[in-house]
Design a protein around this ligand. Structure first.
Ligand SMILES: Cc1cc2nc3c(=O)[nH]c(=O)nc-3n(C[C@H](O)[C@H](O)[C@H](O)COP(=O)(O)OP(=O)(O)OC[C@H]3O[C@@H](n4cnc5c(N)ncnc54)[C@H](O)[C@@H]3O)c2cc1C
Length: 362
């Protein structure tokens, strides 16, 4: 008998996990409340295919990104492109770690980069620069592919309002499934670790020529990164992009909805001032075209943990997505849980070695 799996949310996680499970013979149905896939966080972010350079302070996030990057370009070769001159610069004063330590962390994590002394951009207040081979995600390609390949297994415009678990199955809005995977980033069911919801504001800029990408690391700094349109960039800032911290997704949505044009303008000035301190020519190249809004879920703590976690409680699995490159990690955890549930064999085995030595079992 085919195992039926319901998935809530058609972001990167729901779509990728759904396709992967279907390829393994599971019957899959994905419920998405919006009118198209990749409409929320997956379609509103900095579109960076991370390799780990952003996460100097969190080892497992870095390793998940490094491995996920390789798998992503192999599995989805048409969904990203190179970023020429992708600069990571370590500021002299504001960075939480110095350039030498930053380089050491990246090298010891097996990340390849090129060090450069060239500074054609006129960057100032910088301790050192590397060029990273990270890529940019092509969301329109991905959206088209997922919509066409999931086709009849995708229910758009369907808000999941009810989840009911009993001994035989788990029901989404009344329809029974063997298992449900909540891929809403903790927006539908609650997460078993301490998290908060953060509404975010990024800014879009237009640039007439191809401009390098610039990321300032590590700590409360900013970054300028291209999008799938080579003339459109996003500006992001660790201190100014967040619009508060909230206990529930609902509160975060309300805060985003209440954000005034005045507050956006204020944040824009702060974000532009921050980047101009390092890149004085920012205003000569970039013309503001509009804001981008999203909500992220983050584990509480200051280690900058953006790893991906999957939790299981009975027939319900809940995904806390990390970055887009960590979709493979999530897919494997889901398969582990399904294997355990369907075969009845627990992956954990207590060691009986001591007992066997004592009774001379060999
Ligand atoms: C400002 C910002 C910048 C970021 N930059 C990057 C970056 O550069 N690179 C990177 O890799 N990652 C980045 N991220 C993280 C990345 O966006 C997320 O890891 C990823 O999009 C999460 O995908 P998801 O499928 O888990 O969530 P989502 O894309 O949010 O998908 C969840 C889906 O669930 C649906 N949903 C929710 N509730 C219900 C319901 N009740 N019924 C039906 N459907 C429901 C939503 O409509 C949504 O479509 C960034 C995030 C933010 C916010």
């Amino acid at each position: 008998m085919t195992t039926k799996i319901g998935i809530i949310g058609a972001g990167w996680y729901g779509c990728h996990i759904g396709l992967s499970l279907r390829a393994l013979g599971f019957e899959v149905q994905i419920f998405e409340k919006n009118k198209r896939v990749l409409h929320e966080a997956s379609g509103n972010n900095q579109f960076r295919l991370h390799l780990g350079f952003h996460y100097a302070r969190h080892h497992s996030t870095r390793i998940q990104s490094r491995d996920g990057f390789m798998r992503f370009i192999e599995r989805y070769p048409g969904f990203s492109r190179e970023v020429p001159d992708n600069i990571y610069a370590v500021p002299r004063l504001e960075s939480l770690i110095d350039f030498q330590t930053y380089r050491l962390i990246m090298s010891s994590s097996g990340l390849d980069y090129t060090e450069t002394k060239e500074n054609n951009l006129g960057l100032r207040n910088i301790d050192g620069i590397i060029i990273s081979p990270e890529r940019v995600l092509l969301i329109a390609q991905a959206r088209k592919y997922f919509t066409e390949s999931l086709s009849k297994d995708l229910q758009l415009n369907t808000d999941v309002t009810n989840l009911e678990i009993n001994s035989k199955n788990i029901k989404i809005n009344g329809s029974p499934f063997d298992f449900v995977i909540d891929c809403t980033w903790g927006h539908f069911s609650s997460l078993p670790i301490n998290c908060y919801y953060e509404p975010t504001l990024l800014l879009y800029y237009e640039c007439g020529t191809q401009f390098p990408a610039l990321t300032l690391v590590d700590g409360p700094l900013g970054s300028l990164y291209p999008t799938e349109d080579p003339n459109i960039y996003t500006l992001s800032s660790v201190p100014h992009t967040p619009i508060g911290r909230y206990k529930t997704a609902l509160e975060a949505r309300a805060a985003l909805a209440a954000l005034s044009q005045q507050e956006i303008n204020k944040k824009r000035l702060l974000m532009e001032d921050q980047i101009k301190y390092y890149l004085p020519s920012f205003g000569d190249h970039m013309r503001y075209i509009g804001p981008q809004f999203a909500i992220k879920t983050k584990p509480v703590g200051n280690a900058d943990d953006r790893s991906c976690y999957v939790f299981r409680s009975d027939r319900l699995m809940t995904v806390l997505s990390g970055k887009i490159d960590t979709i493979f990690h999530a897919q494997e955890r889901v398969l582990n849980f399904l294997e355990t549930a369907l075969t009845g064999i627990s992956m954990r085995a207590e060691s009986s070695l001591r007992r066997e030595i004592e009774i001379g079992a060999f």
